[in-house]
Design a protein around this ligand. Sequence first.
Ligand code: 5GP
Length: 195
Amino acid sequence: MKLLEDRIRRDGKIKGGDVLKVDSFLNHQMDIRLFGEIGAEFKRRFADVPVSKILTIEASGIGIACIVAQYFDVPVVFAKKNKTKNIAGDAYTTQVESFTHGKTYDIMVSREFLGKGDQVLLIDDFLANGKALEGLARLVRESGAQLAGAGVVIEKGFQPGGDNLRRQGIRLESLAIVDYMDEKTGTIVFRGENP
Ligand code: 5GP
């Protein structure tokens, strides 16, 4: 998605080799007009797939998922990073290893909001090692719902998440795939471009 790639190149900041900061427009301050374009693009790419629910993970996936959901006209459910035990038994839970924080945490979705008959599209801001999306896919599987696919705004193609998910047969659409980035020169190469 050219508009998104141009924006990443203009406003993205490369940190420490493998982290791309896009918090001026994607996951801290949020450019809602851009989110609208992102929603329309996901709708176009998943036009042939029935979707009854969008599932994301707190916190940075929520804003994007809400705008995307307007284009699909379906509810959004977000997996909570669980700290309390009060809903144990009433929820699907799994563990996820965090890319940005380097630790493992539990995520959960109430049984009330996901189940047989749902066709679920996963949405997230970033795909790095794929642990967040794999965790969400496990919750969908546990609930008996169908996984329609996964849409991510930015995939870091030099990390293994995207390939792993595709190998598992998950239909993945990434709106921008960063194949190379260099902190020193500020160079970013997107898939389909010549380095
Ligand atoms: P994964 O589970 O695919 O390794 O990591 C996905 C999660 O880590 C995303 O939801 C995102 O919040 C965070 N993340 C991974 N890589 C980056 C990055 O380069 N920049 C930012 N801002 N977040 C990232």
